[in-house]
Design a protein around this ligand. Structure first.
Ligand SMILES: [Zn+2]
Ligand SMILES: [Zn+2]
Length: 242
């Protein structure tokens, strides 16, 4: 099939799917807007982070247009260079992420991936050469059946035309759930949890995670990537706990 014909077929397929399964809000089931699985009301009600620390994405009071860093990052620079996060991790964001883990998996992952891609496009900077979803430990992956960060990354990768890599970095150790641990315990809990098993094909990489809490996971992963020759690491996440 030549390219034009296959593009036409794929567009027709897309329209057919939209006609049969019109976008519906994953939160309230009303019709979606802009072909997304969220309605305008729920979209507006989400706890968007309008201005965040350029390095760790923690929400900051509005400062006109300039890239700013929070006190923590100024005091001790994380190993990653830049972060973007969509939402403060409050009830609305929690519902969306829980849906992603337990209910409307694919619609939710597609929605969150599209919103994240929109955010990346709104903040112009050199695009990374590779997208790396935070790997899950194999046993946990088998139990849950899928890695939510991979599902989000799939859409981001498609939208931004950046390849996704799920083979070069693995989680070699299962870690205790990070919730309930303080910052120091989290750091210790995650240390040595990942390993690079194949040469990384890019020197600028974006890590994708669903929720960033204390940044200990992204920091550990960024440190590992940098020890393996990566020059610049970004962290793109759906929600940032405050
Ligand atoms: Zn809604
Ligand atoms: Zn910061």
């Amino acid at each position: 099939m030549n390219k034009d014909v296959s593009r036409l077929a794929s567009n027709m397929g897309k329209r057919l799917i939209e006609a049969v399964y019109p976008p519906r809000c994953v939160l309230c089931k009303r019709p979606g807007f802009k072909q997304m699985d969220i309605c305008t009301e729920c979209y507006r009600a989400m706890p968007w982070i309008h201005v965040g620390c350029s390095q760790c994405a923690i929400p900051l009071p509005t400062i006109d247009g300039h890239e700013v860093k929070c006190g923590n990052c100024l005091q001790k620079s994380p190993r990653f260079d830049r972060s973007l996060s969509l939402f403060e991790y409050d009830k609305g964001a929690m519902t969306l992420i829980q849906q992603l883990k337990f209910n409307d998996k694919l619609a939710c992952a597609r929605l969150l991936g599209n919103l994240l891609a929109d955010r990346v496009v709104q903040h112009p900077a050199d695009h990374p050469g590779l997208i790396l979803p935070v790997p899950l430990f194999n046993k946990r992956l088998r139990k849950r059946g899928f890695n939510q960060s991979v599902e989000i990354a799939r859409t981001v990768s498609k939208r931004l035309h950046i390849p996704m890599d799920i083979h070069s970095v693995v989680r070699v150790r299962n870690t205790r759930a990070q919730s309930g641990l303080d910052k120091k315990q989290r750091r210790r809990n995650i240390r040595g949890a990942f390993e690079v098993i194949k040469q990384l094909p890019a020197d600028h990489i974006a890590i994708i995670d669903d929720v960033v809490t204390t940044t200990s996971t992204s920091n550990e992963l960024a440190g590992l990537l940098k020890r393996n020759g990566v020059k610049r690491v970004e962290v793109w996440s759906i929600a940032r706990a405050v």
